[in-house]
Design a protein around this ligand. Structure first.
Ligand code: 5GP
Length: 191
């Protein structure tokens, strides 16, 4: 059994974390992705149990009280959290686990997994980030404004992370992440 490793991917809403993650998982199917729980409503095409575990606030609160989240945070009016059990089990089994979470959650992870590897994905510019958020076309003006304000606060904290990657060219960003994740672990480098 190998030694498990926790990888945390953070970056402002709209920077392209999801797309990058899907590519990374496709290229490295041995990586485990933690499915978060959220009180946000599903967007069109989002599947319960695949993109998120969608739930109500009262249930989320009960799970907080029971200590069932590794971390959780409020984001743009909704709650998001990482269920503790699957992550702990995978790590104990020697798996590599990825969390795609926002800044406050990433900070909380340091308390349970001090040696997690933290990656921050940056947009080429704030103007480009706004363009990407708007082009998704599924958020209200108010939600967009909240997400952009939050983005500025998150970007200001980017230097707390082990690695910062600018997502200008997706392939280059992916290559940079792969190089640093798998550099010292040839067993995990497939191609
Ligand atoms: P979205 O609503 O766009 O899917 O996600 C909003 C933000 O919540 C994103 O920055 C995303 O990374 C973050 N997020 C998703 N799941 C979790 C989680 O389990 N914990 C925390 N702290 N943030 C999360």
């Amino acid at each position: 059994m190998g030694i498990g490793r926790l990888v945390v991917l953070t970056g402002p809403s709209g920077v392209g974390k999801g797309t990058l993650l899907q590519l990374l998982l496709k290229r490295h199917p041995e990586l485990r992705l933690s499915i978060s729980m959220t009180t946000r409503s599903p967007r069109p095409g989002e599947v319960n149990g695949q993109h998120y575990l969608f739930t109500q606030r009262d249930n989320f609160q009960t799970l907080i009280d029971q200590g069932q989240f590794l971390e959780w945070a409020e984001f743009a009016g909704n709650w998001y959290g990482t269920p503790r059990q699957p992550v702990d089990e995978w790590i104990q089994q020697g798996e590599w686990v990825i969390l795609e979470i926002e800044l406050h959650g990433a900070r909380q992870i340091r308390e349970s997994y001090a040696d997690a590897f933290h990656i921050f994905l940056l947009p080429p510019s704030l103007a480009e980030l706004e363009r990407r958020v708007r082009s998704r076309g599924h958020d209200s003006e108010e939600a967009i404004a909240r997400r952009l304000k939050r983005a500025e606060a998150e970007i200001a904290a980017a230097d707390e992370f082990d690695m910062q990657v600018v997502n200008d060219d997706l392939d280059q960003a992916l290559a940079a992440i792969e190089a640093s994740l798998f550099a010292r672990s040839p067993a995990h480098a497939h191609d």
